[in-house]
Ligand binder design. Structure first.
Ligand code: ZN
Length: 226
């Protein structure tokens, strides 16, 4: 197991603070068990010692998968002050500058919550590109909105967060899940949608994510395609 450190969190139910043991950095080639716990989400599930409530704990983690040439920082930012954020940006910049020479074929990413990390791992394990996937999610969500006749529902759908769940069937259909009105829903899209998005990115190399641990998410899509 990777070396654990104590990271503090606050129970969502009783509001009391508690510490969890979690690694700050993990090489999943050396720790395949930890990769499984990221994939199924259990690495982030911790019981509050005060009231027993199950908490999804967001902690800082450097996820490194040398087989997938992938390095992802999970950094829950809502707990950071502006000064801390600035400091963190600087240290990520210098870390990236020292790493990129030796790891030139790596994908470097940054995410804010465990759900986003789990999704990235899934995307890269399927041999897919996360920027094209974000575009696919945008297109698929817009279709959901446009085909919904109920205006109130359509407005809710416009704000949902789609997550890539996997590829299905012989045609490699993309499956996405999203929460709406207290339940999880699923929507599928053809693999051609993904291929079209890949092609658009291929024709626009300036859109290829680069730099110190870029955050590729719905905000990134909105920045470039809205
Ligand atoms: Zn509690």
């Amino acid at each position: 197991m990777p070396a654990n450190t104590l990271q503090s969190t606050v129970c969502r139910q009783c509001g009391k603070p508690f510490d969890i043991e979690a690694p700050e950095a993990v090489n999943v080639a050396d720790n395949p068990g930890f990769k499984e716990r990221v994939q199924d989400g259990s690495a982030f599930v911790h019981n509050c010692p005060h009231c027993g409530t199950v908490n999804l704990v967001r902690f800082r983690l450097l996820y490194h998968d040398p087989e997938q040439r992938l390095m992802i920082w999970l950094i829950p930012e809502d707990s950071l002050s502006a000064a801390d954020r600035e400091k963190l940006d600087q240290s990520m910049k210098s870390m990236w500058a020292s790493l990129k020479e030796g790891l030139s074929d790596y994908v470097f990413r940054r995410v804010e919550d465990p759900g986003a990390l789990i999704e990235k791992v899934r995307i890269f394990d399927n041999g897919l590109d996360d920027a094209a996937m974000e575009m696919c999610k945008y297109v698929t969500r817009m279709e959901l909105v446009q085909t919904e006749k109920d205006q109130a529902k359509a407005a809710e759908l416009a704000d949902v967060q789609l997550r890539f769940r996997g590829l299905n069937g012989a045609d490699n259909e993309l499956e996405f899940v999203f929460p709406l009105a207290g339940a999880m829903h699923s929507v599928k899209a053809g693999f051609n949608v993904y291929e079209d998005c890949r092609a658009i990115l291929g024709r626009n190399p300036e859109l290829t994510p680069d730099g110190p641990f870029p955050q590729i998410d719905s905000s990134w899509v909105n920045q470039h395609f809205k």
